[in-house]
Design a protein around this ligand. Structure first.
Ligand code: SAM
Length: 259
Protein backbone atom coordinates (compact mmCIF):
# COMPACT_ATOMS: atom_id res chain seq x y z
CA UNK A 1 0.00 0.00 0.00
CA UNK A 2 1.21 3.50 -0.82
CA UNK A 3 0.81 6.11 1.89
CA UNK A 4 -0.97 9.16 0.48
CA UNK A 5 0.39 12.49 1.75
CA UNK A 6 -0.84 16.08 1.49
CA UNK A 7 2.29 18.02 0.38
CA UNK A 8 1.41 20.80 2.84
CA UNK A 9 1.41 18.39 5.83
CA UNK A 10 4.36 20.16 7.49
CA UNK A 11 2.36 23.35 7.94
CA UNK A 12 -0.10 21.76 10.37
CA UNK A 13 1.48 18.65 11.94
CA UNK A 14 3.69 20.43 14.46
CA UNK A 15 1.49 21.12 17.45
CA UNK A 16 1.00 19.93 21.02
CA UNK A 17 0.09 16.39 19.84
CA UNK A 18 3.48 16.20 18.05
CA UNK A 19 5.16 17.10 21.34
CA UNK A 20 3.48 13.98 22.76
CA UNK A 21 4.05 11.61 19.83
CA UNK A 22 7.72 12.62 19.55
CA UNK A 23 8.25 13.25 23.25
CA UNK A 24 11.02 10.66 23.52
CA UNK A 25 13.19 12.63 21.09
CA UNK A 26 12.04 16.26 21.32
CA UNK A 27 10.52 16.60 24.79
CA UNK A 28 13.13 14.92 26.97
CA UNK A 29 15.41 17.42 28.73
CA UNK A 30 18.22 14.85 29.18
CA UNK A 31 18.29 14.09 25.44
CA UNK A 32 18.38 17.81 24.58
CA UNK A 33 21.21 18.41 27.07
CA UNK A 34 23.21 15.55 25.54
CA UNK A 35 22.59 16.87 22.03
CA UNK A 36 23.84 20.31 23.03
CA UNK A 37 26.96 18.67 24.54
CA UNK A 38 27.55 16.94 21.18
CA UNK A 39 27.09 20.14 19.11
CA UNK A 40 29.30 22.24 21.39
CA UNK A 41 32.06 19.64 21.22
CA UNK A 42 31.95 19.75 17.41
CA UNK A 43 31.45 23.52 16.98
CA UNK A 44 32.19 25.68 20.03
CA UNK A 45 30.15 28.90 20.42
CA UNK A 46 31.03 32.09 22.33
CA UNK A 47 28.65 33.33 25.02
CA UNK A 48 28.21 36.65 23.17
CA UNK A 49 27.55 34.98 19.79
CA UNK A 50 24.22 35.47 18.07
CA UNK A 51 22.68 32.03 17.57
CA UNK A 52 19.69 31.21 15.35
CA UNK A 53 17.83 27.95 16.04
CA UNK A 54 16.31 27.67 12.55
CA UNK A 55 13.20 25.43 12.38
CA UNK A 56 13.68 25.35 16.14
CA UNK A 57 10.17 24.19 17.07
CA UNK A 58 9.47 24.83 20.75
CA UNK A 59 13.04 26.09 21.15
CA UNK A 60 14.43 23.26 23.26
CA UNK A 61 17.99 23.76 21.94
CA UNK A 62 17.95 27.56 22.13
CA UNK A 63 16.48 27.40 25.65
CA UNK A 64 19.17 24.94 26.77
CA UNK A 65 21.91 27.14 25.27
CA UNK A 66 20.43 30.13 27.08
CA UNK A 67 20.41 28.16 30.37
CA UNK A 68 24.14 27.57 29.79
CA UNK A 69 24.85 31.28 29.48
CA UNK A 70 24.62 31.91 25.74
CA UNK A 71 23.02 35.34 25.73
CA UNK A 72 21.61 35.89 22.24
CA UNK A 73 19.46 32.96 21.14
CA UNK A 74 16.62 33.23 18.62
CA UNK A 75 14.19 30.56 17.42
CA UNK A 76 12.53 30.66 14.01
CA UNK A 77 9.75 28.21 13.20
CA UNK A 78 6.66 27.99 11.02
CA UNK A 79 4.52 26.40 13.76
CA UNK A 80 2.99 29.05 16.00
CA UNK A 81 1.72 26.38 18.43
CA UNK A 82 5.30 25.23 19.13
CA UNK A 83 6.61 28.80 19.39
CA UNK A 84 3.91 29.50 21.99
CA UNK A 85 5.06 26.49 24.06
CA UNK A 86 8.63 27.78 23.86
CA UNK A 87 7.61 31.30 24.84
CA UNK A 88 5.84 29.94 27.92
CA UNK A 89 8.97 27.99 28.96
CA UNK A 90 11.16 31.06 28.41
CA UNK A 91 8.81 33.21 30.48
CA UNK A 92 8.59 30.63 33.29
CA UNK A 93 12.40 30.33 33.51
CA UNK A 94 13.09 34.01 32.70
CA UNK A 95 15.24 33.08 29.71
CA UNK A 96 15.68 35.88 27.13
CA UNK A 97 15.11 33.71 24.03
CA UNK A 98 13.36 35.38 21.10
CA UNK A 99 10.70 33.38 19.20
CA UNK A 100 9.85 34.34 15.61
CA UNK A 101 7.27 32.81 13.27
CA UNK A 102 8.34 32.46 9.65
CA UNK A 103 9.41 30.28 6.75
CA UNK A 104 13.07 29.22 6.82
CA UNK A 105 13.31 29.60 3.05
CA UNK A 106 13.02 33.39 3.33
CA UNK A 107 13.33 35.34 6.55
CA UNK A 108 13.26 39.07 7.26
CA UNK A 109 16.69 39.38 8.97
CA UNK A 110 19.52 41.28 7.31
CA UNK A 111 22.53 39.51 5.77
CA UNK A 112 25.11 38.48 8.37
CA UNK A 113 22.82 38.77 11.41
CA UNK A 114 24.07 35.61 13.16
CA UNK A 115 27.33 33.89 14.17
CA UNK A 116 25.76 30.41 14.16
CA UNK A 117 22.74 28.87 12.48
CA UNK A 118 21.49 25.58 13.93
CA UNK A 119 19.17 23.34 11.94
CA UNK A 120 18.50 20.51 14.33
CA UNK A 121 16.17 17.62 15.12
CA UNK A 122 15.65 16.49 11.52
CA UNK A 123 14.08 19.66 10.15
CA UNK A 124 14.99 19.24 6.45
CA UNK A 125 13.20 17.31 3.72
CA UNK A 126 9.61 18.27 4.48
CA UNK A 127 8.69 20.42 1.51
CA UNK A 128 7.68 18.75 -1.75
CA UNK A 129 9.60 21.22 -3.95
CA UNK A 130 12.99 19.59 -4.55
CA UNK A 131 14.84 22.91 -4.14
CA UNK A 132 13.29 23.77 -0.77
CA UNK A 133 16.13 22.33 1.34
CA UNK A 134 18.70 24.12 -0.81
CA UNK A 135 16.76 27.36 -0.25
CA UNK A 136 16.76 26.78 3.53
CA UNK A 137 20.54 26.26 3.50
CA UNK A 138 21.08 29.26 1.21
CA UNK A 139 19.02 31.39 3.59
CA UNK A 140 21.10 30.05 6.50
CA UNK A 141 24.27 31.06 4.64
CA UNK A 142 22.86 34.53 3.93
CA UNK A 143 22.03 35.05 7.61
CA UNK A 144 25.53 34.10 8.77
CA UNK A 145 28.41 36.53 9.17
CA UNK A 146 31.49 35.66 7.08
CA UNK A 147 33.22 32.85 8.97
CA UNK A 148 29.96 31.94 10.75
CA UNK A 149 29.06 28.30 11.37
CA UNK A 150 26.21 25.97 10.48
CA UNK A 151 25.29 22.91 12.56
CA UNK A 152 22.85 20.54 10.90
CA UNK A 153 21.43 17.42 12.57
CA UNK A 154 19.27 15.24 10.33
CA UNK A 155 18.26 11.64 10.06
CA UNK A 156 20.81 9.33 8.42
CA UNK A 157 18.97 8.34 5.24
CA UNK A 158 21.14 5.30 4.56
CA UNK A 159 20.48 3.89 8.05
CA UNK A 160 16.74 4.53 7.80
CA UNK A 161 16.55 2.77 4.41
CA UNK A 162 18.32 -0.27 5.83
CA UNK A 163 16.70 -0.55 9.24
CA UNK A 164 13.27 1.05 9.51
CA UNK A 165 10.44 -1.26 10.62
CA UNK A 166 7.27 -0.97 8.54
CA UNK A 167 5.11 -1.01 11.69
CA UNK A 168 5.90 0.48 15.08
CA UNK A 169 3.98 1.53 18.14
CA UNK A 170 4.77 2.98 21.53
CA UNK A 171 2.91 4.15 24.61
CA UNK A 172 3.11 7.56 26.22
CA UNK A 173 2.38 7.11 29.90
CA UNK A 174 -0.77 5.10 30.60
CA UNK A 175 -3.02 7.18 28.40
CA UNK A 176 -1.79 7.43 24.82
CA UNK A 177 -0.66 4.95 22.15
CA UNK A 178 1.16 6.04 18.97
CA UNK A 179 1.04 3.63 15.98
CA UNK A 180 3.09 4.23 12.85
CA UNK A 181 3.06 2.55 9.46
CA UNK A 182 6.07 3.45 7.34
CA UNK A 183 7.39 2.87 3.85
CA UNK A 184 10.31 4.03 1.75
CA UNK A 185 9.06 5.77 -1.38
CA UNK A 186 11.99 6.66 -3.72
CA UNK A 187 14.00 9.32 -1.89
CA UNK A 188 11.57 9.68 1.03
CA UNK A 189 10.27 7.89 4.06
CA UNK A 190 6.50 8.19 4.34
CA UNK A 191 4.43 7.40 7.40
CA UNK A 192 0.87 7.16 8.61
CA UNK A 193 0.58 8.01 12.28
CA UNK A 194 -2.45 7.15 14.39
CA UNK A 195 -2.61 8.39 17.96
CA UNK A 196 -5.14 6.89 20.39
CA UNK A 197 -6.03 8.27 23.77
CA UNK A 198 -7.80 6.04 26.30
CA UNK A 199 -9.91 8.99 27.36
CA UNK A 200 -10.65 10.63 23.99
CA UNK A 201 -10.30 7.88 21.36
CA UNK A 202 -8.52 8.67 18.08
CA UNK A 203 -6.79 12.05 18.46
CA UNK A 204 -4.67 11.94 15.29
CA UNK A 205 -4.65 10.11 11.98
CA UNK A 206 -2.13 11.87 9.74
CA UNK A 207 0.42 11.10 7.07
CA UNK A 208 3.75 12.72 6.24
CA UNK A 209 6.78 12.25 4.00
CA UNK A 210 10.38 13.25 4.68
CA UNK A 211 13.19 13.35 2.10
CA UNK A 212 16.19 11.22 3.11
CA UNK A 213 19.81 12.27 2.73
CA UNK A 214 23.06 10.44 3.14
CA UNK A 215 26.29 12.19 4.13
CA UNK A 216 27.49 12.71 0.56
CA UNK A 217 24.21 14.30 -0.48
CA UNK A 218 24.29 16.64 2.53
CA UNK A 219 27.85 17.66 1.67
CA UNK A 220 26.78 18.41 -1.91
CA UNK A 221 23.75 20.38 -0.69
CA UNK A 222 25.72 22.44 1.84
CA UNK A 223 28.42 23.17 -0.73
CA UNK A 224 25.82 24.21 -3.33
CA UNK A 225 24.36 26.58 -0.72
CA UNK A 226 27.76 28.29 -0.40
CA UNK A 227 29.28 26.56 2.65
CA UNK A 228 32.85 25.26 2.94
CA UNK A 229 34.73 23.07 5.43
CA UNK A 230 31.74 20.70 5.42
CA UNK A 231 32.24 17.83 7.90
CA UNK A 232 29.79 14.97 8.39
CA UNK A 233 29.69 13.05 11.69
CA UNK A 234 27.82 9.75 11.98
CA UNK A 235 26.41 8.08 15.09
CA UNK A 236 26.20 11.36 17.00
CA UNK A 237 22.78 10.57 18.45
CA UNK A 238 21.81 11.16 22.07
CA UNK A 239 18.88 8.72 21.80
CA UNK A 240 18.93 5.28 23.35
CA UNK A 241 19.28 2.48 20.80
CA UNK A 242 16.55 0.59 22.70
CA UNK A 243 13.70 2.83 21.49
CA UNK A 244 12.32 2.89 17.94
CA UNK A 245 12.08 6.63 17.33
CA UNK A 246 11.84 6.11 13.56
CA UNK A 247 13.82 8.76 11.69
CA UNK A 248 15.31 10.09 14.91
CA UNK A 249 17.37 7.03 15.91
CA UNK A 250 20.05 7.36 13.25
CA UNK A 251 21.42 10.83 12.73
CA UNK A 252 24.07 12.71 10.80
CA UNK A 253 25.53 15.87 12.29
CA UNK A 254 27.05 18.23 9.74
CA UNK A 255 29.17 21.27 10.51
CA UNK A 256 30.08 23.84 7.86
CA UNK A 257 31.39 27.36 7.60
CA UNK A 258 30.40 30.38 5.55
CA UNK A 259 33.50 31.65 3.70
C1 SAM B 1 11.00 17.66 13.84
S1 SAM B 1 10.71 19.34 14.26
C2 SAM B 1 12.22 19.73 15.06
C3 SAM B 1 12.13 21.00 15.84
C4 SAM B 1 13.41 21.37 16.61
N1 SAM B 1 14.51 21.68 15.73
C5 SAM B 1 13.76 20.29 17.59
O1 SAM B 1 14.80 19.64 17.42
O2 SAM B 1 13.00 20.09 18.54
C6 SAM B 1 10.85 20.16 12.71
C7 SAM B 1 10.46 21.62 12.78
O3 SAM B 1 10.79 22.25 11.54
C8 SAM B 1 9.83 23.25 11.29
N2 SAM B 1 9.90 23.59 9.86
C9 SAM B 1 9.94 22.73 8.83
N3 SAM B 1 10.04 23.41 7.68
C10 SAM B 1 10.05 24.73 7.99
C11 SAM B 1 10.14 25.92 7.24
N4 SAM B 1 10.21 25.92 5.91
N5 SAM B 1 10.14 27.09 7.89
C12 SAM B 1 10.06 27.13 9.26
N6 SAM B 1 9.95 26.03 10.02
C13 SAM B 1 9.96 24.84 9.40
C14 SAM B 1 8.53 22.62 11.74
O4 SAM B 1 7.51 23.57 11.97
C15 SAM B 1 8.97 21.88 12.99
O5 SAM B 1 8.79 22.64 14.14
Amino acid sequence: MTIDVDPEWWKTLFDEVYLLTDARSVNDAAVTRQEIDIYLALAPFGSEDHILDMCGGHGRHALELCRRGFKYCTVLDYAQALLDVGKRTAAAERLPVEFVQGDARRTAWADGSFDHVLLLGNSLGYIDDTDADLHILQESARLLKPGGGLVLDVTDGAAVRGQISPQAWHEIGDEVVVCRQREINHDRVCAREMVMSKADGLIRDRTYCIRLYDGTQLTTLATAAGFEEVEVYTDATALSATIDAGCMNHRLVVTARKP
